[in-house]
Design a protein around this ligand. Structure first.
Ligand SMILES: *Cc1c(COP(=O)(O)O)cnc(C)c1O
Length: 500
């Protein structure tokens, strides 16, 4: 078959030719009859594609070239911290002593693994100013659920059964209200003021004896620091509520400020954001939860203990909320995070935050004033910035979605779009510290060129992407009728249906 472009990749089943093989098995030394009971035998042969080894390698290499990842180029997905993942992390995580350890091994045989977890906890305590951590949650959202469940358990334990409301600002990540609701709370939304920060007056009016806590992200999802945080903490604590810190994205503040010093009682971190292991493809993740001393008896079991000689799994957590994930969490992500922390060191982490903030502000200044994009809220940002494509949409019909799709034609990953919800046509850009000035310049150049196109030839932007394997997909159809297997694909093809 003549292939026009690398995008026209047939399925591996279509490449199959009868009788082609990619392996040779050694002949058995003796003729052994292996007796597989009749009832366990297949009735028909497995329908596997038949190809040679080089064909398989070329096929998968071509497929990998259609993909885009943190190793391909800039990936400025706001709120997601898609930073470069140092290759040494992978090397350490795939070390046999780490990769082949079994969760049911006897404690005496996994002292190294327990030490990794214990050491990681010490780092996280110092970074956040908290007193004790569980590493069990498998993601940020899982960590949030754990954290708010701890808050719930604390209030119930103190007879405060009326504390049923969780306050969440309108700029929060969608997982915040979802986690609070899952833990049984009624979610009360707190509006932001014109600076993009929590409206103190609205907060004052919202707190009561029903307040269980406030979930806050700082810097928030606009990339703006909540500089009235001490006042916020006072208001919530005075009302008897606890303060929850969404630390999914700690990239702006490493070594600078600590949630524990800002008055927070519970925090979760996303190891798979701030501490490398970017999470394209939806996992695996790790969302450790840290608490102040007075909440440590509510943490999930087991914790990792150390008596000065020996590491152990500690099930002695009197008021534990129980388990939030099977076994001990996603260990390999913890290994990567500890590797990252040890290599960066204190100064390295501080430096990373400084460059992350510098990069976001450099990009802000270079893009600011470009026709069609409007900077949301104030100028000075932390690790990320949000522009609105609302003016562009009004004047040309080109939406944030179109801008994002057009970026793909320039070989660049789109920013997060339509989030946070309080900015219309939001383009949320987080470059991270791992891109160079040249990459930032090229990104701004691409966004400027898209602005020019929007005003001179909007159709080219609206029809984008033009140069990728998959063109503009029908998002609703893709969600409602996903094609998840080759069989589904063939069936749909036969029915003359979908062409993506
Ligand atoms: C990513 C993120 C979360 C959720 O983390 P997951 O690991 O995706 O569940 C929560 N809050 C903020 C601010 C985030 O950026």
């Amino acid at each position: 078959m003549f292939r026009q472009a690398k995008w026209e990749e047939p399925l591996i089943f279509e490449l199959s030719r009868e009788g082609r093989v990619g392996y040779t098995m050694p002949k058995p030394i003796e003729d052994v009859e292996i007796e597989i009971p009749e009832k366990l035998r297949r009735k028909s042969s497995l329908n596997l594609p038949e190809l040679s080894e080089p064909e398989v390698v070329k096929h998968y290499t071509r497929l990998s070239e259609m993909n885009y990842g943190v190793d391909s180029g800039i990936y400025p997905l706001g709120s997601c911290t898609m930073k470069y993942n140092p290759k040494i992390n992978e090397e350490i995580a795939s070390h046999p002593g780490v990769a082949y350890v079994h969760p049911y091994q006897d404690e005496r045989t996994v002292q190294g693994a327990l030490k990794i977890m214990w050491e990681l906890e010490q780092w996280l305590k110092e970074i956040t100013g908290m007193d004790r951590f569980t590493l069990q949650p498998a993601a940020g959202a899982n960590g949030e659920f754990t954290g708010v469940s701890i808050i719930r358990a604390y209030h119930l334990d103190h007879g405060e059964t009326q504390r049923t409301e969780m306050l969440v600002p309108d700029s929060a990540h969608g997982t915040n209200p979802a986690s609070a609701a899952m833990a049984g709370f009624k979610v009360i939304e707190i509006p932001s003021n014109e600076n993009g920060t929590v409206d103190l007056e609205a907060l004052e009016n919202a707190v009561s004896e029903r307040t269980a806590g406030l979930m806050l992200t700082n810097p928030n999802t606009l990339g703006i620091f909540e500089d009235e945080i001490l006042e916020i903490a006072k208001i919530v604590h005075k009302a008897g509520g606890l303060l929850y810190y969404d630390g999914a994205n700690l990239n702006a503040v490493l070594g600078k400020i600590r949630p524990g010093d800002m008055g927070f009682d519970v925090v979760h971190l996303n190891l798979h954001k701030t501490f490398s292991t970017p999470h394209g493809g939806g996992g695996p993740g790790s969302g450790p939860v840290g608490v102040k001393d007075f909440l440590k008896d509510y943490l999930p079991v087991p914790l990792v203990g150390y008596d000065g000689k020996r590491y152990y799994l500690d099930y002695n957590v009197p008021k534990s909320i129980g388990k939030v994930k099977e076994l001990y969490g996603n260990f390999a992500v913890m290994v990567r995070a500890l590797t990252y922390l040890k290599i960066m060191g204190r100064e390295g982490l501080k430096n990373a935050s400084e460059i992350a903030v510098l990069n976001a502000n450099y990009l802000t200044q270079k893009l600011k004033g470009t026709r069609g994009y409007e900077l949301s809220h104030k100028e000075l940002r932390k690790h990320e910035v949000v522009f609105s494509a609302e003016p562009m949409k009004k004047e040309t019909g080109v939406k944030a979605l179109d801008v994002a799709k057009r970026l793909l034609d320039f070989g660049m990953h789109a920013p997060t779009i339509y989030f946070p919800l309080i900015v219309h046509e939001a383009l949320m850009i987080e470059p991270t510290e791992t891109v160079s000035k040249e990459e930032l310049d090229a990104y701004v150049e691409a966004l400027k060129r898209i602005s020019e196109e929007a005003y001179s030839n909007p159709e080219i932007v609206k029809g984008a992407p033009h140069s990728t394997a998959v063109k503009r997909v029908d998002d609703v159809l893709a969600a409602k009728k996903p094609i998840l297997s080759w069989r589904m694909y063939i069936k749909l093809k036969e029915e003359g249906g979908v062409d993506y």
